[in-house]
Write a protein that binds this ligand. Structure first.
Ligand code: FAD
Length: 393
């Protein structure tokens, strides 16, 4: 683990996830992905292993493990199929935000449900016209007695249909300047797989290049009522939603970095194997220098992605600001995933283009990682801003 010492507990859980991925995920993931089928059985195994509660404290029924362990688990899952980490991520971010910013009552109510996977969660900021520019969202939440009335449209909500709660960002005061001061987070409860009064979730969800098997949906709110008690952080949370969601997404960036590191490793592993099996000009293609150069670059990227991700996870876990580390890890690891999946395709030659082999899936799954949880262009802006702050002259 190059520089990162694992405790016995970490070693055990990561090994158990690795076994699960090798046994139940790797052999079947492409079939599920091609059929765009939700992996019910795999999710049940993940639930039984306690993975939905990895970072939730034991007092709420979770495993109480750190973000670094979570990142290692995500790397393993993504090595098998990136979609599995997307299914886990909604619950992870929701639990992270509720633990840090929720009221006692919200923690008592939701953390045990999330840890046991009795409910799964979604995270919803993006709207049809606004992704990177979060402050320009239009979704409104207007107070009416003990309730808030939600109106507006959300876009690209992973787990939108099957989730039982949605971490939702809305404007409780659309007139403030700067706009983020009028933004508030809500923990919206709903019955999974239904359209409750005032909320329409068009299904089947949005059609995608990759990241299949988990639904990405729109959410159309039309006078949807949620109790005032669903404000993340209670009354004190009014106007703090932007800050809470940015903190949540920073933890989410470690998750996406870990997905990138896992995918980069999967592409490398498949290529190492294929390069020794496939022969051209009388020898395995791995004995040709051009292929060796690719393998060397792939391995270096995968290892660097892993280390940056674990470093960011530890920094974020320690509390305080980790935007520089999370930004670097997310940027580097997801670009590494993209580059390694392209190289895996090259190394597999014509078979790389075939649905019989896995690189085509990696190649379609990788680009989302460069876009989601803040695009890689935005990560570079964050990194540069932070560096300029640090090195002010
Ligand atoms: C499959 C999938 C799942 C998703 N899941 C979720 C989810 O669960 N919850 C959720 O809230 N969102 C989700 N998203 C949305 C995702 O977070 C956004 O797509 C992402 O933040 C980018 O926003 P955008 O698509 O509006 O692109 P835009 O913000 O319109 O950006 C378009 C391009 O312009 C660039 N750009 C924008 N602003 C700048 C700038 N200031 N400087 C330089 N370049 C800039 C971007 O980098 C990008 O290249 C998901 C998206 C996808 C595709």
């Amino acid at each position: 683990m190059s520089g990162f010492e694992l405790t016995e507990e970490q070693r055990e859980i990561v090994a158990a996830v690795r076994d699960f991925v090798d046994r139940d995920v790797v052999p079947h993931a492409s079939d599920f992905e091609h059929a765009d089928e939700f992996p019910t059985q795999m999710v049940e195994t993940m639930r039984d292993m306690g993975l939905f509660g990895t970072t939730i404290p034991e007092e709420y029924g979770g495993l109480g493990l750190g973000l670094d362990t979570y990142a290692m688990i995500i790397m393993e899952l993504s090595r098998g199929w990136v979609t599995l980490s997307g299914i886990l991520n909604g619950s992870f971010i929701a639990a992270w935000m509720i633990r840090l910013h929720g009221t006692d009552e919200q923690r008592q109510k939701f953390l045990p449900q999330l840890a046991s996977c009795e409910i799964r969660a979604a995270f919803s900021m993006t709207e049809p016209h606004a992704g990177s520019d979060v402050q320009s969202i239009l979704m409104t939440a207007e107070r009416d007695g003990d309730e808030y009335v939600l109106n507006g449209q959300k876009m690209w909500v992973t787990n939108g249909w099957r989730s039982g709660l949605i971490m939702l960002l809305a404007k409780t005061d659309p007139t403030t300047d700067p706009p983020h001061k009028g933004m508030t987070g809500f923990i919206v409860e709903k019955e999974p797989e239904t359209n409750p009064d005032g909320l329409t979730i068009p299904m089947p969800g949005l059609k995608k290049l990759g990241y299949k098997g988990v639904e990405s949906t729109e959410l159309v709110f039309d006078d949807f009522r949620t109790p005032a008690s669903s404000i993340l952080g209670g009354e004190a949370g009014i106007g703090n939603g932007f800050q809470y969601f940015m903190s949540g997404i920073e933890a989410g960036r470690v998750n996406v970095a870990a997905r990138g590191a896992g995918l980069a490793e999967a592409a490398l592993n498949d290529s190492l194997q294929y390069a020794q099996e496939r022969e051209a000009f009388g020898k395995p293609i791995g004995h040709h220098q051009a292929v060796q150069l690719m393998l060397a670059k792939m391995a270096t990227r995968a290892e660097a992605a892993r280390l940056l991700t674990l470093q960011a996870a530890q920094k974020k876990q320690a509390g305080g600001r980790a935007d520089l580390e999370a930004g670097m890890a997310k940027y580097f690891a997801t670009e590494a995933a993209q580059e390694n999946s392209t190289d895996a395709l090259r190394i597999h030659g014509g078979y790389g283009y075939s649905l019989e082999y896995r690189p085509e899936r990696y190649y379609r799954d990788a680009p989302l990682l460069m876009i989601g949880e803040g695009s890689n262009e935005i990560q570079q802006l964050i990194i540069a801003r932070r560096l300029l702050e640090r090195h002010k002259v």
